[in-house]
Design a protein around this ligand. Structure first.
Ligand SMILES: C[S@@+](CC[C@H](N)C(=O)[O-])C[C@H]1O[C@@H](n2cnc3c(N)ncnc32)[C@H](O)[C@@H]1O
Length: 225
C-alpha cells in the first residue's frame, strides 16, 4: 500500500556508502542543481524542447548504462532516478565527462518521479538488475509490484517499450507474471533466445558484470499495447 500514511516500501538499501570523492562532490554542487528535475509535474518539452521522445531509467546505479544510451541517442531526453548518493555522484561525473545535455536526474525514489509524469509521456523504460531482495521475507521490498506496473503502464505511450533485466530467477519469474497480469503489457519474446541473449541495443551494466545472481542474465522486453 502506498498513500500519505503508508509510504511505499523501501526498495533500496543504503543511501550512501563510501565518502564521495572530492571531484565528484564538487560536481554534485556545481552540476546537480541544473540536472535535477524540479518539483511538480514533469514537462519534457520544457526540459529539452528538441527531444524526439523521452525515456526513463529506473535505478540507474552508477549511471553507466544511462550515459551510454544518452550518448547513443542525443535527440532523446533520458530521465534517470536513483536514491543512492554515490550512484548519483558517479552519474553526474559520467554526464559531465561525456558532455551530455540530454539527461535529467531525480535523486530519489523513482515512484515519486513517476507520480509526476503525465500519461503516455514515455517511449521507453529500463529496469535493469533491480535490487534482488532474494530472501522470501524480503521479497515485498522488490520494486516491481503490481502498483508500479500499473503506474508504468499509465506513463508509457502505446507502442512504447519497457525492458526488465535480472539474473535472479525468482525475480525474473515474478516480474514476468506481474507484467503479463497487466493487460497494458505484451511480452515480445517469441523464442528462448529472445530473453536469453542480450538484445542488440543492450549496453552491459556495471551490476550485470558482477554476476551476483543465481542465473544468467534474462532480458524481458514488453510493448505497451
Ligand atoms: C542492483 S542496483 C543496479 C544498478 C544498475 N541498474 C545496474 O544494473 O548497474 C539497483 C539500483 O536500484 C536502485 N533503486 C532501488 N529502489 C529504487 C527506487 N525505488 N527508485 C529508484 N531506484 C531504486 C538502488 O539504489 C540501486 O542502485
Amino acid at each position: 500500500m502506498s498513500d500519505a500514511h503508508h509510504p511505499p516500501l523501501r526498495s533500496f538499501g543504503r543511501l550512501k556508502a563510501r565518502p564521495i570523492k572530492p571531484r565528484q562532490a564538487a560536481l554534485m554542487e556545481t552540476r546537480l542543481p541544473d540536472l535535477r528535475i524540479s518539483a511538480g509535474p514533469v514537462d519534457a518539452r520544457a526540459l529539452m524542447p528538441a527531444a524526439r521522445e523521452t525515456w526513463l531509467e529506473v535505478g540507474f546505479g552508477g549511471g553507466e548504462h544511462m550515459a551510454a544510451q544518452a550518448a547513443r541517442s542525443p535527440d532523446v531526453l533520458i530521465l534517470g532516478a536513483e536514491p543512492f548518493v554515490n550512484g548519483v555522484a558517479s552519474a553526474v561525473r559520467h554526464i559531465d565527462e561525456q558532455g551530455l545535455s540530454n539527461v535529467r536526474l531525480h535523486d530519489g525514489d523513482v515512484r515519486e518521479l513517476i507520480a509526476r509524469l503525465p500519461d503516455a509521456s514515455l517511449a521507453r523504460i529500463f529496469i535493469l538488475f533491480p535490487d534482488p531482495w532474494p530472501k522470501t521475507r524480503q521479497q515485498k521490498r522488490r520494486l516491481v509490484q503490481p502498483e508500479l506496473v500499473a503506474d508504468l503502464a499509465r506513463t508509457l505511450r502505446p507502442g512504447g517499450r519497457l525492458r526488465f533485466a535480472s539474473d535472479v530467477a525468482s525475480y525474473v519469474d515474478q516480474a514476468l507474471e506481474r507484467f503479463i497480469a497487466n493487460p497494458a503489457f505484451r511480452w515480445t519474446a517469441e523464442r528462448a533466445d529472445d530473453w536469453r541473449i542480450p538484445p542488440a541495443d543492450h549496453i552491459t551494466t556495471r551490476y550485470e558484470e558482477k554476476r551476483l545472481g543465481d542465473c544468467a542474465p534474462v532480458f524481458l522486453d514488453f510493448v505497451r499495447v
